[in-house]
Every structure is written in structure tokens, then in C-alpha cells.
Design a binder for this molecule. Sequence first.
Ligand code: GLY
Length: 387
Amino acid sequence: MKKMMIMLSLISFGTMAQKIDVNKQFALAGQQYLRMLADHPDTSKTIHSAKPDGTYRDLPSSWWCSGFFPGSLWYLYEKTKDVKWEKSARLWTAAVEKEQYNKGTHDLGFMMFDSFGNELRLTKDPHAKKVLIQSAKSLATRFDPKVGLIKSWNSFKGGFKYPVIIDNMMNLELLFWASRETGDQTFHDIAIIHADNTIKNHFRSDYSSYHVICYDENGKVLVKKQHQGYQDESTWSRGHAWAIYGYVTMYRETKDKKYLDFAQKITDFYLNHPNLPADKIPYWDFSAPNIPNEERDASAGAITASALLELSTYSGAKGKRYYADAVKMLESLSSPAYRAALGENNNFLIKHCVGAKGLNSEIDVPLVYADYYYLEGLLRYQRHNKK
Ligand code: GLY
């Protein structure tokens, strides 16, 4: 009976009328990104955002976002099979290659798996595999077994030496991949221990999240802090989006139901929050002080939409709601309210993102990762509707 209900719910997702024109959105994305490429003839700086004066904000490959633009080019290639996108994607992926040895950041999952990971997935290039294995080795050096977590930053205000941020959940997929590829269980174990300690310390009893937890050298929690969000006890929307995406990935990689259950609980916090607007694109913090007169963070919306499309496939009858809300998010992002017209928005796809209003930085701007997760969400939506 239960099995039949799950089957019926999946069939009903598949037959739901298609609400988003994925072909049209990708065609526009292609035109926009051709302009972006024309404005960026050299790859020595990574495409990131725009400055208040209207010029590009391009940053070095060591910046945590360097994998997203190449990743978006790979998604354009995946959708169109047009070799011009493969050529550009390879070029911009190569620009990130040296970061495989970077042991000074926890963000190697973002940087390397979105660039080289997509290259490997779509081209099977053995060179990409080598780069990814080295990247996983570099990331693993930041795990101290006495603490039981990967260190995010080398220090945090107040003299703390072992800060871990919720975003770090996004770097674990690289470790699961490396464990399968090399047969080295250590990568797998690091990911599990990190995720379990994050469940223990990074969430409140209502399943809202903290941004930064500072540990001592033995893994004792010293303080729970905010950095990019509003207050220590508020929930920064993009941080929570990373958490949702991260625990959906944990379930995919382990098939351990405890991660599915947790992913659903933190998703329910987000979807049921009274401050989530009707278009399902959150304000930059769920407790931002002047709601409704606060900026939205469309990047959090794009990350969550993509994660929910995957979560819906694991969630039986509950999945119907996750799917419907994900589609609403993608519809909003595809509307003129968030989707830039050709030539607008410094040639990025998605408008109205917030990097860190808590730090007075990147307020109501395009951000390259919003584009990446938007394109990923569109591809996932298309796959659902082809079932
Ligand atoms: N990982 C940093 C951010 O989401 O802004």
C-alpha cells in the first residue's frame, strides 16, 4: 500500500504540467554568457559579481567562488552539447587547476567539484580525475580527528582558532567521490564525522542553523556566532540553504535515513517559516530586522530550489510538497523579477542576491553561484519532467 502511494506521488510529479520553459531559459543564458565571455578575454581572474559602480567584481582563483563560472559553462554544454561551451568550460576550468594544492581553504569542494567534477562527469577526462584526487587530499589536511571537523577558516574574530561554518557541508561531496575513486575509506569517514558533529552543534532545537561554531583543540564548542547574517541567534538564509543541500547530498552518498530525516526537518524549518515570502525567495536572513523592507537573497533561493528537486525524489508522499515549492522557486527565479534581460545585470543571469549584508558587503547584486544553482535546478527540473 505504502509502496503504491509513493509510486502514485512520483507519477503525479511527472505528469504535472510543465511550468518553466527550460529551453527558453537556457537559450537566454547562452546569449547572456556569450556576452560575459566577450567581456572576459582572459581567465586570470574569476567571474564573481558586480561592484556598486557597475563594473565587474572579478577575483583570483583562490576565491571560494572560482568553480562556479566554469561549472555554469559545463551546464550549458550538458544542455546543448554545443562544443563551443565545452571549449570555454575547459578553458575556465583550467584556470582553477592550481587550487588543487591549496590547503588554506575548506572551499575546495565548491572550487574543484563544480569545475573539474563537472568536467569529469561530462567528458571522462582522466586529467580531471587526477586534479580532483589531489584536491580531496588537500581538503582532508584540514580535518583534525581530535576536533572531529574540517576547519573552515584559520581564525575568527575574538581570537578563535578553529571556526567551522555551515557552508562546509558543501565540500563533503568531493570526499565521498574521492573515497569511491581511490578506495581510501579515510575520505568517507571524514565526511561522516564532520556531518554528524555539524548536526550535533550547528542547529537549534527548532532546526534553524547557526553560521559559525568555534571549537577548541579538543572539539569543545566555545562560541556560536553569526558572520554574514544578522545576529548570532538568527538564521542566515544562504547558510541554511547550504545545510539543506549538504544533508540531501549526505543521504544520496550514504543512503542513511538519519540524513534524509534531518534534511527534511531543516527544509521544513525553511519552508514553514512565517518570513518566507509568497514567491519563496527568502530575505537575506530569516530574522532580518526590517522585513518586509529587506533585500531578498536569490542565491539562497536557487540553491534551495535545486536541493529540493533532489530531496523530492527521496521523500515519498512528502516529496510532492518539496517538488511544488522547488518549482515555485524556479518559476520566481525565471520571472523578470529575478531573471535578468539580455545585457542587463553585468551579464549575470540572476538579479537580487546578497553576499553578506551583516558585513555591509554585496547587497542586492548578481552572484555567480546563484546562476550556477539556477542552471542546475533547471536541468534537474527538466529531468523530472522527462521521467
Ligand atoms: N560560502 C560563503 C557564502 O555562502 O557566502
